[in-house]
Design a protein around this ligand. Sequence first.
Ligand SMILES: Cc1ncc(C[n+]2csc(CCOP(=O)(O)OP(=O)(O)O)c2C)c(N)n1
Ligand SMILES: CC(=O)[C@@H](O)[C@H](O)COP(=O)(O)O
Ligand SMILES: [Mg+2]
Length: 650
Amino acid sequence: MVQVLNQIKDPEDMKQLSEPELEQLCQEIREVLIQTTAANGGHLAPNLGIVELTLALHLVFRSPDDKIVWDVGHQSYVHKLLTGRYEDFHTLRTYQGMAGFPKRSESPHDIFNTGHSSTSISAALGLAFARDLKREDNAIVAVIGDGALTGGIALEALNHAGNENTDLIVVLNDNKKSIADNVGALSTYLTRMRTDPRYFRNKEEMEDVVKKIPSIGPQVFKILEKVKEGLKHLMVPGVLFEELGYSYLGPIDGHNLTELRAVLDNARQLKGPVLVHVLTKKGCGYEPAEQNPGLFHGVGPFDIKTGKVHKSEGPKTYTQVFSDTMMQLARQDERVLAITAAMPDGTGLAPFAQAFPARFYDVGIAEQHAVCMASALALEGLKPVVAVYSTFLQRAYDQVFHEVCLQKAPVILALDRAGIVGEDGETHHGVYDLSYLRHLPELILMAPKDENELQHMLYTAYKQEGPVAIRYPRGKGQGVPLDQVLQEIPIGQSEVLREGDDLLLLAIGSMVNPAMEAAKQLASQGIEATVVNARYVKPLDKDLIVEKAQALGKVLTVEENALEGGFGSAVIELLQEEAVDCQVRRIGIPDEFIQHGASPILLKDYGLTADNIASVAADFVGIKKALTKRGNLKLAPFMGNVKVAFRGEK
Ligand SMILES: Cc1ncc(C[n+]2csc(CCOP(=O)(O)OP(=O)(O)O)c2C)c(N)n1
Ligand SMILES: CC(=O)[C@@H](O)[C@H](O)COP(=O)(O)O
Ligand SMILES: [Mg+2]
């Protein structure tokens, strides 16, 4: 029963609470987190682990004047609950409800939008410089996880800030976990600090160390006396963060509110960059999440009592089929390697990692490095597959261009979560890859209509001697039978699924089956569509598209990608180059960001359904009939006839 949390309309309200009330608040927050994510899904374990730390931050600092930046932002639920959003929290991650990440539009306490990892220190440094330039006097705090700290941009900012004289606090939330176990030398270093008793010098030892510093020692000691409580947390000089220019406080027990408050209070008083190292337990307070923080990192609806995630029946996911095919290829060819940027489970590479540990690389949250490293491996004759979410490959665009395509390196980019991903929302939808990849020379770019085609495409990619990207959606496949023998799909060859005289429905990837459905609906209205599964965005099946467009005069392209520069754009460019006299309409994502919510709702919103394809197609063909009646069959020059339609627009 919530008694304290509902009284907190602003973090300042917490400052009146007694210690037992604060304890009660922590408990209530954990209950609300569990109940809400059990119903809606969400990032439970990261939030359970950061309850006391978030309370301490809001008790010590004065948000929003003091600015707290949450890295990734998946752990900002507690912050949301403490900043006046308890009443609406039940709408978390639902359509038109509260976002699962910080949003400036949602609250003045959300200082910087996040979702993609490792930006908090850069953002905080920018905020700190702005404060200095404006001669303001507020604290700036970046809260970053040990996983996010493996990201290149975090290290770039850490490097920069350490050499600057500006006041900035970096709170490192170290729970030893990224989504899976954290990786890398920094992570090993942090683990050593957690466990090696030499790092836990007591206060007396510290006093001795400081006093012994020639000439300045006693002075420094006097200053440190002022921050007495924090003194016992001061690390010996020489540790990494001190060397980088930070005053290091830690490691601190991240579940001890009193200690956290004392140390953060000290951090607030120190000048220059400060790093507060906080040790937390991911999933703290809910046994199933403590036992399996990976599963409860980002979890679907589950049963609170048993901790069992609600089963969703149905066919294998695209990810599972990708995973199985990788295993098959790896068994046949020892040159096949798998690379992930901190997502072994999400990308389906965990079984590969188990079976072929020597051929598996988890590079941390380092997409740029993953792609560049893959290029070098490929140039050495190996067969690297970088499995990455479409949205996160955006981080490595330049590596795809510079390291992979320019050198014609036969790297396979397996882009999972392409298209609308649902509840994670605008930062995570993978709706730009066709646009940001298709203009790169040398790259072959494909998208399967179903999971069976995915396995053949992966095999086809494996057979190539240049770079290939395959994009496929989040979630279940179509439930089609999977061929036992992998086959190459000729490069640039599309597939005619249905012949009709009234228009060409030209679809790519996840939109092929809705297009076929639409064709069936149209047939019942007397409209016969030719349906083509394009398969390749690059190279396009030029001859077939030109031939059909010329013959039918009307082309409706359908894609789960931004219209700007996407598949439909490629088709328009082709038809214009070939001076084909026809009309084109496109269905896809318009020039706006897509919010969060269940995927079927969002797909419907954007007209990415069989019903809407049928309705746009019927309208398209209807125009032709009207023109014919007026005896005006002559179509204007091609470009003038391009009509973009989405959301059933007439
Ligand atoms: C650029 C980018 N790559 C990958 C991800 C996926 N991702 C989200 S959270 C996360 C792990 C973060 O670990 P950490 O920062 O330690 O936070 P924790 O969940 O442990 O609190 C990953 C890999 C992402 N959000 N952004
Ligand atoms: C915060 C983050 O970026 C990931 O945890 C992401 O939410 C995972 O998404 P999937 O659930 O699609 O694996
Ligand atoms: Mg972590």
